[in-house]
Write a protein that binds this ligand. Structure first.
Ligand code: GLA
Length: 539
């Protein structure tokens, strides 16, 4: 029987006092990723195959089935976006030095897989290695091919590249990852760089300048073998590095094991809560094609995800440990509330007293408490002693938000219907073609209109309009005067989270235009009032 998990507020009514709700947020490292790419300003969310599958079963069919499951299970709507192969023999190097798709495993080609993923409104992740070969030695690494490989990943339209650290004997880690970062910039496509040196070279000290996330520890498990004890060791190591994390640069304690065989419901909930509290990348590692209802509910709990995806991007930490119960806090959130996690590793029910003062909150403050797993709000209440009493089931967690307000907003969770517009011109007469991308926000607030970046090519214009919490990007292409060929643009849009005023992760999508024959220049006509207006054949 599942024990009821309870947060009881043992406090009476009183007058609210000014509280230092954001205490602890100041004085953190202001390091940002060197590029103004606006990428990963909240921890990346997605799915990677390694934890469940290892190398052998990875192929196009698996990734497509996983993409379908991501969409149908509701994970996509909860914000999971990055998906693609890990080390799964997806490419080799030709004699010319160029990487080429393994068409046996990926018959549609790695570019084809990327287009498929983008059309599903998801982001494309690929894997490589900074050394001569990948870890299994089955695939080429990027050493001495940095420019051409980063160019190839851009051509395959990757949005995220995990760069492993195997077979790098004699290589300087900072110089190597810096070279890869520079090569990616030269390739011109904005790509999230996920450094994977398992903590070697202490990347938390330098990698924010050249990557967006870095593994802090060894592998969380062998393929298909979820290992709770190993995960808990990783938590211990990763927790200590909380000062290094922030928008655009994250500690990565590895892909998640929640939902894999061997973990029970409470462990899934506990694991997920810890990853949310640590502002860790939420890269699911389980088989999404066969998830229990409870696993789906855990992985899509928007109230927990809200803690992870908070725009302030603070990594929570252990502020107190008594026996086998640890109290996690130090995670101020965008609306002035704070996240708290009580993690009970003992086999019995524990009751923990939490003092508001230890969270930097004036004890006399009126507070509301939101249980993020029970979805229940308690309060308002204050107390002479300013103490919350929290009861936690054996081997379970209690995660909640404490706020002066009774509303607990969810920060923006961005979900696209597609990240790729493909248009084809017809004939040699000038045309206007258009394609729409709809961007929904599953968070609480209505966002300001997205601002489209400058520098679009002359043939493309983009306007943004709104319907409720969705915004439509209308992409209009004018073919007048274009020569036969393939045209491509990456559209960038930026936004601000309205409650905190913090910048949101930039939105990027691709627009492809095929022009099968030279198109005449726009024919000019004089309208009745004598003004000049271009004439188009409407499509
Ligand atoms: C390393 C990484 C894993 C996985 C494997 C692939 O061990 O840490 O996450 O990518 O390589 O071989």
């Amino acid at each position: 029987m599942t024990m009821r998990r309870t947060v009881s507020i043992l406090i009476g009514l009183g007058i609210a006092a000014a509280a230092l709700f954001l205490a602890g947020a100041q004085g953190r490292s202001a390091k940002v990723h060197a590029a103004d790419d606006g990428l990963a300003l909240t921890p990346p969310m997605g799915w990677y195959p390694w934890n469940e599958f290892g190398q052998e079963p990875q192929n196009e069919k698996l990734i497509i089935e996983i993409v379908e499951a991501l969409v149908s299970s509701g994970l996509k709507d909860a914000g999971y976006a990055y998906v693609g192969p890990d080390e799964g023999i997806c490419f080799s190097r030709e004699a010319s030095g160029k990487l080429t798709t393994n068409l046996v495993r990926y018959p549609g080609g790695l570019r084809g897989l990327g287009d498929y993923i983008h059309k599903k409104g998801l982001k494309y992740a690929l894997y490589t290695d900074a050394g001569t070969l990948t870890c299994s030695k089955a695939m080429p690494g990027t050493k001495d091919h940095e420019l051409e490989d980063m160019g190839q990943f851009a051509d395959w339209r990757a949005d995220y590249v995990k760069i492993d650290w195997c077979n790098t004997q004699g290589q300087d880690i900072v110089k190597t990852y810096t070279k890869l970062h520079d090569a990616q910039h030269a390739a011109g496509r904005p790509i999230v760089h996920s450094l994977c040196s398992w903590g070697e070279g202490a990347p938390w000290n330098w990698a924010a300048a050249v990557g967006h996330l870095w593994r802090t520890t060894g592998d969380i498990c062998g393929p298909g073998k979820a290992d709770w004890a190993s995960a808990m060791k990783i938590v211990l190591a990763n927790e200590k590095l909380y000062e290094a994390a922030g928008p655009g640069h994250w500690n990565d304690p590895d892909m998640m094991i929640a939902g894999m065989d061997g973990l029970n419901e409470a462990q899934n909930r506990g694991f997920f809560s810890l990853w949310c509290m640590m502002a860790a990348p939420l890269i699911a590692g389980n088989d999404l094609r066969r998830m229990s209802k409870s696993t789906i509910e855990t992985l899509t709990n928007l109230e927990a995800i809200a803690v992870n995806q908070d725009p302030l991007g603070v990594q929570g930490r252990v502020i107190r440990k008594e026996g086998q119960v640890s109290l996690w806090a130090g995670k101020p959130l965008f609306d002035g509330s704070q996240a708290v996690l009580v993690f009970n590793e003992s086999p019995k029910i524990e009751v923990v007293s939490l003092k508001l003062a230890e969270l930097g909150i004036d004890p006399k403050t009126t507070v509301y408490v939101r249980d993020l797993w029970q979805h229940v709000t308690s309060g308002p209440g204050t107390s002479e002693a300013g103490v919350l009493s929290v009861m936690v089931s054996p081997n379970d967690v209690n995660m909640f938000r404490i706020s002066r307000s009774k509303d607990f907003p969810i920060p923006p969770i961005i979900v696209a219907d597609s990240y790729l517009i493909s248009l084809r011109a017809a004939g040699s007469a000038p045309q206007k073609l258009s394609g729409v991308i709809t961007i929904a926000n599953k968070g609480s607030s209505e966002l300001p209109l997205w601002k489209v970046g400058k520098g679009l090519p002359g043939w493309l214009s983009v306007t943004v309009t709104r319907t409720g919490k969705s915004q439509m990007f209308t992409n209009t292409v004018s073919t007048a005067g274009l020569k036969k060929g393939l045209y491509h643009a990456v559209v960038r849009a930026d936004n601000i989270e309205p409650v905190s005023g913090k910048p949101m992760s930039s939105l990027y999508y691709d627009v492809d235009l095929e022009v099968p024959a030279d198109v005449r220049s726009v024919s000019k006509s004089i309208s009745g009032d004598g003004s000049f207006s271009p004439a188009f054949d409407e499509n």
